[in-house]
Structures are given as structure tokens and as C-alpha cells.
Design a protein. Structure first.
Length: 297
């Protein structure tokens, strides 16, 4: 049987207005998105879903939300389409040195480590939900600066993970328009970026890029993620899109990946009135952070 896409001519699809999404179909999409990527879409966000699905469906000439639902659920082709859709539905807004107060905490944490320990074991940091790379690269610049202050060589590694393939591709390219660099601390642009051949763009220098490894990880599937023994886990502006019970689950999974004494940084207000037996809240009014308690035994 021909699906709706085959009935459309290429000249008509761009002009097509999508019909409103029916309640039962909306519920199916809500469940799928919450199950697979934790995205919770309450009733008032129905029009957002409609617009996002509609714009993608028009691009591929698909007229029915039901057909599109089947498409993203069918085999390998479905997986490819799913990853395009996820990219459209998630917010990738980010910038360099986005949260100075949180970065100051990281800096204090590193600068107050015993030097012998820093020489012996490299610092491992993880940016969870790293988008197009500004966050892990900011951490890499900060840690490089810390190591310079301590007179140590660059003995650290950063992992950046995200669910969005296009965002990770941008991170891998390490090329940013100049407007993205305005929030950098003074001097860092000159030190860590070169002008790109494309006017108005800058490319990250190797010394920072080579410190960061990037991979695709769904935060709902942390059980399959190989990251462990982290000294610093930095997860900001990701949990806000999840329900509260899920945030607690995710934070608990992240806590397991920290070494005792490791630092977990979240976004301000992303979890309130919550305690975890293995995590101790860091006293700080401007940043939300926890230290993993020593193991009991
Ligand atoms: C608003 S950005 C935050 C970027 C960066 N952490 C910052 O604070 O600037 C949110 C990121 O979370 C990612 N994300 C959303 N759902 C995810 C999931 N289930 N697993 C992994 N990453 C996810 C998005 O792709 C996006 O890049």
C-alpha cells in the first residue's frame, strides 16, 4: 500500500498545512518521547510537538502523524529518522563559560587537590549533555589553566556526551562563530582559538581539542555507558527537560560514576529538597554541587 508521502507531489508538500494532532496520537507521541529520551511534553506543549513534527514531516513529504510514528519505529531507516527528529525536539542552546560560578567551583576543586595525587592520577571529567561542545571545551580550557597554575603538564581527560548526533558533529568540528566566543574569559580566545578560513569563524586549537573525547550517550541509558571513576561530572541544563522522579534516578546513576571525593555539578534549581546518601551538598549559594562521600568500609 502506498503511504501518504507517495501521494504528494514535490510542489505541493512545502505548502501543506498539517492538520491538528488528535488526542490519541498525541498520547502515543508523548509516551514514545518520554520513554526513549525522557522528554516530557505536557498538554500545553502539544502545539510545540505539532510544529516540530509537522516541519520534519513536510520536509520528507509525510502527511500523517500516524504514518510518521510508524516510520520512526521501523527498522534501521526508522532509527536514522528518529535521530533527526530527536535533534529537532531537544534544545541545544549552550555557550562557552556559561556558568562562571560553577566553573569557579571546578577550579577551586582542582587547585586544592594534593599535587602528588594530581601527578599520580589524571583528572577525569565528564560533560553530560554537552551539545555542540562549548561545555566540555570550556572545562578543558579551565583545567589547562589550572594545570599551568600548578606547574603540571596537561594530565587530564574530558568526556563529552550527548544524544544529538548533529550537535556532536559540531563539537567534533570545533569551529565556532565569533559571537559564541564573547562569553570567554579575557585572553582565552587568543590563546585557544585560531581564525578559521571562513570569515567570522574561529577554530579550536589542538591543545584543547585533543583533551576532549566525544560520544553519543542517551542519559536514560547510563547503565550502558562505559564512563566510571570520574573526578568531575558536569550536567547542566539537561535535567530541566525531565520529570522530577527521572532527574533523581539520573543523578543517582551519575553519583555511581564518581570516585569518592568526586564533584558533581548540576544547574541551579535542577533538583530541590533532595538528598542522596552518597552525596554531600557543597555549601555554595551560586552553584548546585555535591561531593561524593567516601565509601563505607
Ligand atoms: C540546553 S543543552 C545544554 C548544553 C550544555 N550542558 C550547557 O549547559 O550549555 C541540552 C542538551 O541535552 C541534550 N539531551 C537532551 N536529552 C538527552 C538525553 N536523553 N540524553 C543525552 N542528552 C540529551 C540535548 O541534545 C542538548 O544538547
Amino acid at each position: 500500500m502506498a503511504d501518504s508521502s507517495e501521494k504528494l507531489s514535490s510542489t505541493t508538500w512545502t505548502l501543506t498545512t498539517m492538520p491538528p494532532i488528535e488526542e490519541a496520537t498525541f498520547k502515543k507521541w508523548q509516551d514514545l518521547l518520554e520513554d526513549r529520551i525522557g522528554l516530557s511534553l505536557p498538554a500545553h506543549r502539544k502545539s510545540f510537538l505539532q510544529t516540530s513534527l509537522g516541519s520534519r514531516m513536510r520536509e520528507i513529504g509525510c502527511l500523517s502523524y500516524e504514518d510518521y510514528y510508524s516510520r520512526v519505529n521501523s527498522g534501521t531507516k526508522g532509527l536514522i529518522e528518529w535521530s533527526v527528529l530527536v535533534d529537532r525536539l531537544t534544545v541545544q542552546e549552550t555557550r562557552f563559560y556559561r556558568d562562571i560560578d560553577a566553573l569557579d567551583l571546578v577550579k577551586d576543586y582542582v587547585l586544592t587537590r594534593p599535587i602528588e595525587q594530581l601527578k599520580k592520577t589524571p583528572i577525569e571529567a565528564w560533560s553530560v549533555g554537552c551539545s555542540s561542545g562549548e561545555e566540555p571545551y570550556s572545562l578543558a580550557m579551565l583545567l589547562t589553566e589550572c594545570m599551568n597554575t600548578l606547574g603540571l603538564r596537561n594530565y587530564f581527560g574530558i568526556t563529552g556526551t550527548d544524544i544529538s548526533k548533529p550537535a556532536l558533529e559540531k563539537a567534533r568540528a570545533g569551529v565556532y562563530p565569533s559571537r559564541k566566543l564573547v562569553t570567554l574569559e579575557a585572553g582565552l580566545k587568543e590563546k585557544y582559538f585560531d581564525p578559521h578560513e571562513k570569515p567570522g569563524f574561529f577554530v579550536l586549537k589542538k591543545v584543547i581539542k585533543e583533551r576532549v573525547g566525544l560520544s553519543r550517550v542517551n542519559i536514560l541509558e547510563l547503565g550502558n555507558a562505559p564512563m566510571h571513576g570520574m573526578n568531575i561530572i558536569y550536567c547542566q541544563n539537561v535535567l530541566i527537560y525531565f520529570r522530577k522522579w527521572r532527574r533523581k534516578e539520573i543523578i543517582s546513576r551519575l553519583a555511581e560514576r564518581l570516585v569518592p571525593g568526586g564533584l558533581l555539578i548540576l544547574g541551579q534549581g535542577e533538583i530541590v529538597d533532595w538528598e542522596h546518601p552518597d552525596l554531600q551538598r557543597v555549601k555554595n549559594d551560586k552553584a548546585l554541587a555535591f561531593i561524593r562521600r567516601p565509601d563505607k568500609n
